[in-house]
Design a protein around this ligand. Sequence first.
Ligand code: GUN
Length: 292
Amino acid sequence: MTAEIIDGKAIAATIREEIRQEVAAMQAAHGRVPGLATVLVGARKDSETYVRMKKKACAEVGIASFGHELPADISQDELLAVVEGLNADPAVHGILVQLPLPDHIDDEAVLAAISLEKDVDGFHPLNIGRLSMKRRDPLFVPCTPKGCIELLDRSGIEISGRNAVVLGRSNIVGLPVAMLLLHRNATLTVCHSRTADLPAMVRQADILIAAVGRAEMVKGDWIKPGAAVIDVGVNAIDDANDPRGYRLVGDVAFDEAREVAGAITPVPGGVGPMTIAMLLRNTTDAAVRAFG
Ligand code: GUN
């Protein structure tokens, strides 16, 4: 069996077009558009790239973006003052503080300072708390986990009643995607570095979400035949044949897994584009609430 490839790039493009039309309708109705503030502290290359991609995606659908590039040695109080300013700015409907923050900053305090109504990353402790309870919908769901579920839904993959295995327990992906799968009535297993006999656990999965950040860790013979595999990993590995000297691979050994799985996301071009599409979705939803 060769798996269906879940084309995240194409699905994200469809979602961005849906949002572009909504934003155009808002502009016509209210003369206003959604606004996203991005906050980048320091000059980490990966964070700079992510923020640049997010701002470009906003421009393409008509969302205004307001970039705040701050020095790595900014104090906690100064950063909190920036967030407070954005909370009070009526042109800003969503606030994204790119993570990780420098070590001297208490990221919990910064995330908690973001207005709940503008928490488009869904990382405010109250939104995370609501996500962790039954029937307490958070105002926003974190973008990568939300993108994983959207990929399953838009590919016609049933979640309810099926065995879902989440590999990884990070605050940004593993834990929130586990909550979303549980709320959708999956039977859930969360695996991590201390899990005994990981291959045997993964073999139970009708739906596998791999989010550990270890290149090609999941082998083809770990996959249950016909399973849906969502690969969140983005890992650079040396490749002399690539002009950059490296290439990006997921947490799943793609070529092996596609021979066994029923459906699988590629890396790149799977989950990555969905994270940005979901950020645009959350920002637009925030503006809809604000415009009333
Ligand atoms: N760093 C890695 N992923 C994310 C994300 O989804 N949002 C933010 N703000 N920072 C991140």
